[in-house]
Design a protein around this ligand. Structure first.
Ligand code: NDP
Length: 252
């Protein structure tokens, strides 16, 4: 039996960037917990394939999270078609690895738009209804790079550090209206995004050595944290970043 504090059955949840990887695993977890889930990504075909693999009531909403008008239309469409949003997981993101001296202006703007502006745009549109109704949960997918930087990913770390502070700012603005906003910071998780790192034996071994848990993370490792932050058990938790990283951010 589910403790009432962890019961999120019947809630409506949107997970951005859920055509694959972490977003898809989080969407599956929310669906298994009884939520009506909305998958998002840019490719309608890929979203339909992903939706067919999930249990329960699953909807899709294809829109680009970096484009303001598309986001506003996308959220309005979801709320009309599926119902008011109770839970938003801002997960869509990308990584570009390159020495900072070689990083181009256009790549800088692309990674900022995808990892940071997207959370502002989708968060703002979802929070219009949530604050008016007086309840809602937003989880921003940050990173261990919200805390520490590594060579070759300074712009990525900058977006994730800023997302941490956006989380706290959203908590300050929307907390008085019943909306809790938190972040979840994954460690190194095996997905398409990290495929080149997983396939690099030296780097892969470095991750295992540096992680107290002694292994790479799996997408399912992140589900429990999001279910908690989306549940009534977290009604008095806001502005926090929960690192789910096998302990990596805690050790040198
Ligand atoms: P993937 O590359 O596997 O998946 C990224 C997802 O984001 C896809 O569903 C993609 O959908 C979607 N997406 C990208 N750009 C857009 C856009 N402009 N509009 C809508 N959707 C978009 O990445 P992961 O699953 O590994 O990462 C998910 C999140 O977790 C990211 O924010 C990432 O930074 C973060 N993270 C990942 C870690 C890891 O080790 N993997 C560690 C720490 C944080 P499509 O291409 O179909 O549009």
């Amino acid at each position: 039996m589910t403790h009432p504090l962890f019961d999120i059955g019947g809630r409506t949840a949107l997970v951005t960037g859920s055509s694959r990887g972490i977003g898809l695993a989080l969407a599956r977890g929310l669906a298994e917990a009884g939520c009506t889930v909305v998958l998002n990504g840019r490719d309608p075909g890929r979203l339909a394939e992903a939706a067919a693999r999930l249990p329960g009531t699953v909807h899709t909403a294809a829109f680009d999270v970096t484009d303001g008008p598309s986001v506003a239309a996308g959220i309005a469409d979801v709320e009309e078609r599926v119902g008011p949003l109770d839970i938003l997981v801002n997960n869509a993101g990308m990584q570009l690895r390159s020495p900072l001296l070689e990083f181009t202006d256009s790549d800088w703007h692309r990674i900022l738009d995808t990892n940071l502006t997207s959370a502002f745009l989708v968060g703002r549109e979802a929070a219009r209804g949530m604050t008016a109704r007086g309840h809602g949960k937003i989880v921003n997918i940050c990173s261990l790079q919200s805390e520490v930087a590594r060579p070759g990913i300074a712009p990525y770390a900058a977006t994730k550090g800023a997302l941490k502070m956006l989380t706290k700012g959203m908590c300050a603005d929307w907390g008085p209206h019943g909306v809790q906003v938190n972040g979840l910071g994954p460690g190194y998780i095996e997905t398409e995004l990290t495929r080149p790192l997983v396939d690099d034996p030296e780097f892969s071994a470095w991750v295992r050595r540096r992680t107290p848990a002694g292994r790479w993370g799996r997408t399912d490792d992140l589900v429990g944290g999001v279910l908690f932050l989306a549940s009534p058990a977290a009604d008095f938790v806001s502005g926090q970043i929960l690192y789910v990283d096998g302990g990596m951010t805690s050790v040198l």
